[in-house]
Design a protein around this ligand. Sequence first.
Ligand SMILES: [Zn+2]
Length: 492
Amino acid sequence: MPAFDDLIAFQRETEALAQIAGRLGWDQETVMPRGAASQRSEEMAAIESVLHARRVDPRIGEWLAAIDGDSLDAVGQAHLRLISRSHRRASKVPARLAAELARTTSMAQGSWAAARAADDFADFAPTLGTVLTLKREEAAALADGGDLYDALLDDYEPGATGAELAAMFAALRPRLVALRERVLGADYKPAPLQGGYGEAEQMALSAELAGTFGYDFSRGRIDKAVHPFSSGSGADVRITTRTNPQDPFNCLYSTIHEVGHAAYEQGIDPAYGLTPLGQGVSMGVHESQSRIYENQLARSRAFTGYLFQRMTAHFGDFGIADGEAFFGTVNRVAPGHIRTEADEVHYNLHILLRFDLERGLIAGDLQVPDLPGAWNDRFLADFGVAVDRPSHGCLQDVHWSVGLFGYFPTYTLGNVYAGCLNQALRAAVPDLDSDLSRGDTGAATAWLRDNLQRHGGLRSPRDTIRTACGFAPTEAPLLEYLEAKFSDLYRL
Ligand SMILES: [Zn+2]
């Protein structure tokens, strides 16, 4: 079918250009010389405008109209679904609005960083108001009269709705609050990590662990960056990590988290390379991979027993008596203000708070000047701790300043999906803990690759999880996992 072949050929070139744009971003965060910043922003804007023009190219509409979808196999139909979806979305947002959003959010990020450093929300409020107005305008263009928040959420988690997530989160919240109260009231107090840890040793151990979790260095590399991330698809999937002399877990677990993201991209069927199917299907499914690697696998009692030996091999005696004490140290629960430093029990409470507030902002029920008060009230209710300053409250995350409304819930959805996958994985690999206690993740990573990762964008996000697990995803497995793990660890 010539129209289909032409469409796919055009799309492959678009995907190749998108990979180049992504690599420019990677370069900017890792090795770009400081003096290149302003030239780089012009380079990025140039390639973004090429990409935008290709995504709204009228030939896509003509090819789509000429293709008989019923004559295609499942892979062809998935291509058609993803391409027409992306074309429809890109065509709905007026070019003027897209340009204004790009300009405003790139300035807003600087204004947010300055306000956070000065701990002054009032400084940032007018800028946030402008971003919010533009995002509501974008949402209205995308929503066709439907729900504004759902239209934004759809960018990150196609098919999900705010109402369905709100119901799932309402089931999580009371049990998470109850669990944190029981854990914090327990007599058992795991010891915190102490001492200093060399940067070279941290990077060596983190590279070793990336290998342990199956990261393919022939199609990837690890560099240092301020904020860890993974970047790229297919044959070039790079990750970054960071080091902190007092906290090697930050480096090691950030690396394992990013290896989870990278394993997904590296694990996709090579036949899908440089096509719309050749990348992770949604942010939530992506996060399920990073979380199951980081938490259900790497923070398990079995794996931390192995990690204790590897820590000792790299750092010598570091003041923790044995593997069991180390399991407690790795999984120590402490209420803190900062989402990115949160333990497994508190993490989702940070997300639930942001989800409710951003839904209110997009709906127009919450006004920007009232945001700090609403944040602080909710934080006190769920964490039992007052927010002492804006940088510990609503100024801590970059997301809203760059227009990422609808992104936060994908973190918790990823945890929920990881809970489901963990339940299915443990049923399929009954000896998993004995493997993990020897540092052998092979059976786990192979199960994830075969049942989920290799399919890329073939199915919808929810169907991707359902097919891998053999059951429809719900929050129950995550709650059961957290309650069992922390009741056991804290001897409740
Ligand atoms: Zn992640």
